[in-house]
Design a binder for this molecule. Structure first.
Ligand code: ATP
Length: 205
């Protein structure tokens, strides 16, 4: 099975792509979803996070207070590293277990921080989706309650297009309509299906 990573900046269109690929029957694993799962009530990570970041990381009923955690780590690189050291290995393990259960020729791992967390080399193929900064800002501002400053703060903390491009085997330009995006994803799907066949043949030979 071919392991394909998908990454891109905030609002670049990762979810639009994975929703479309899911509709084509492709197995999609989303690191944000797994990060939510491993930090749900009762998971060991929650206690560890509270130990590392202090009781302010929890709500009164003992759940992880995600907004508080975001605030706590945003301006404190040491705390951010501690949080990542707790969450990322668990997410990776869960995603790899889920990928083993997949029966599709290739699996998409949607990982917003693929480049920042230096994971690109763990994949057979890396797809990067790009869109201009202002277009991403407008799309995100329309989608949820972030304001422009919050968008820019997140965007500034992420890798640049140049850094992502270095890791890319494929680049999708999401600067037009959704139809144009889906056309590119159809072509990508064909390339990845062909690549996965080739990988399977090489493994059999
Ligand atoms: P995040 O990094 O915040 O998770 P993302 O990379 O998953 O974002 P999406 O959620 O797919 O990005 O896209 C951001 C918003 O822009 C969504 O509301 C989505 O529907 C919209 N969008 C994405 N691509 C297009 C497009 N080509 N035309 C119009 N709207 C789009």
């Amino acid at each position: 099975m071919l392991k394909v990573a998908l990454t891109g900046g905030i609002g670049s269109g990762k979810t639009a792509i994975t929703d479309y690929l899911s509709s084509l029957g492709v197995a999609v694993l989303d690191s944000d979803q797994f990060a939510h799962e491993v930090t749900a009530r009762g998971e060991g990570a929650v206690d560890e996070i509270a130990k590392a970041l202090g009781p302010g990381a929890l709500s009164p009923d003992g759940d992880l207070d995600r907004a508080a955690v975001r605030k706590l780590v945003f301006s404190d690189p040491k705390k951010r590293a501690q949080l990542e050291a707790i969450v990322h290995p668990r997410v990776r393990q869960k995603m790899n277990e889920a990928a083993k259960r997949a029966i599709t020729p290739y699996v998409i791992f949607s990982i917003p921080l693929l480049v920042e967390t230096k994971q690109a080399e763990n994949f057979d193929h890396v797809v990067v989706v790009e869109a201009p900064h202002e277009l991403r800002a407008n799309r995100v501002l329309e989608r949820n309650s972030l304001d422009h400053d919050a968008f820019s703060a997140i965007d500034d903390a992420q890798a640049s297009d140049v850094e992502r491009r270095r890791a890319a085997n494929d680049i999708i330009q999401n600067d037009g309509s959704l139809q144009s995006l889906y056309g590119q994803v159809d072509a990508l799907h064909q390339r990845l299906t062909a690549l996965s066949r080739r990988k399977a043949q090489t493994a059999e030979a």
